[in-house]
Design a protein around this ligand. Structure first.
Ligand SMILES: NC(=O)c1ccc[n+]([C@@H]2O[C@H](COP(=O)([O-])OP(=O)(O)OC[C@H]3O[C@@H](n4cnc5c(N)ncnc54)[C@H](O)[C@@H]3O)[C@@H](O)[C@H]2O)c1
Length: 261
């Protein structure tokens, strides 16, 4: 299903992005990896760039080919660097990159956003999420944070709440919808990558271990990559604006607690 497709993978130097790029190549895709860090193993088509600033985004987009089939937004950070930078990378930069690259995505192509179970609270926090997604373009993030009373430690979950809300909105945004470009999300639970070590230091081992215990084991990058690629493939051609929980059942378990069934 991916044979001959040109696929852009952000965060391709590590963890889920690296595995997604590797698997896409194995399935016959031409992969262009983008990351702020160099990959551990050399990649044939790699662009070094910072996807958290308008200048960095512009520089990357200018080096991409005129036509791509899919954009997989995997790059992300844990939140240890504070809310402003986290929102810049995980949401406002991701959205700006997707919007800038949209004209290069072929008709019927797709965008896949790697969100997180951490964004579970988007419904409970809908008013704030709506206000923050409603700010168009790449904003003055410090000002948006001040206006919306965002606490520094809220940066990571909030970034994923915004990403989940925007995924649904983008599916109906003319920039994508008018050319049949699907926009979907995958929400992993805890996955054994570099970021998980940081989550342990921010959230504490007890919280991370309790999430893992609910579902029996932590995930690994190979659990997530095939689902990201499925959404990018034509097999998912009728899936749009959706979020697939890829977490061993964690969301179902939290739903049961929150909704009382
Ligand atoms: N690992 C988990 O437990 C987990 C759980 C849920 C969601 N996620 C999400 O999965 C995605 C991938 O994370 P991972 O677990 O593979 O972590 P990772 O740290 O292994 O990979 C993240 C990659 O993003 C890159 N990156 C960071 N800032 C960037 C920037 N400004 N510009 C370009 N690239 C940048 C990093 O260099 C790194 O290679 C993230 O969006 C993360 O939020 C991870």
């Amino acid at each position: 299903m991916l044979l001959g497709k040109t696929i852009v993978v952000t965060g391709a130097s590590s963890g889920i992005g690296a595995r997604t790029a590797e698997l896409a190549i194995a399935q016959g895709a031409d992969v262009i990896g983008v990351d702020i860090r160099e990959p551990a193993a050399p990649q044939a088509n790699f662009i070094a760039g910072d996807l958290s600033t308008p200048a960095g985004i512009e520089a990357v987009v200018s080096r991409l080919p005129q036509r791509v089939d899919a954009v997989l937004n995997v790059a992300g950070v844990s939140g240890v660097i504070g809310a402003e930078k986290t929102l810049a990378i995980n949401f406002y930069g991701l959205r700006a990159f997707s919007e800038a690259i949209a004209p290069k995505i072929r008709e019927g192509g797709s965008v896949v956003n790697v969100a997180s179970i951490a964004g579970y609270g988007w419904r409970a926090n809908l008013a704030r999420a709506k206000a923050m997604v409603g700010v168009e373009g790449y904003p003055d993030i410090a000002a948006v944070i001040a206006e919306n009373g965002v606490k520094n430690e809220e940066g990571y979950p909030l970034s994923k709440e915004l990403l989940l809300l925007w995924t649904m909105k983008a599916a109906h945004q003319p920039l994508f919808k008018s050319r049949g470009i699907r926009v979907n999300a995958v929400s992993p639970g805890p996955v054994e990558t570099q970021i998980l070590k940081e989550f342990r230091s921010v959230l504490g081992d007890a919280k991370v271990n309790s999430d893992i215990d609910r579902v029996g084991r932590a995930g690994n990058a190979s659990d997530i990559a095939p689902v990201v690629l499925f959404l990018a493939s034509d097999a998912a051609r009728w899936i749009n604006g959706a979020n697939i929980a890829n977490d061993g059942g964690l969301e179902a378990s939290i739903n049961a607690d929150v909704l009382g069934f």
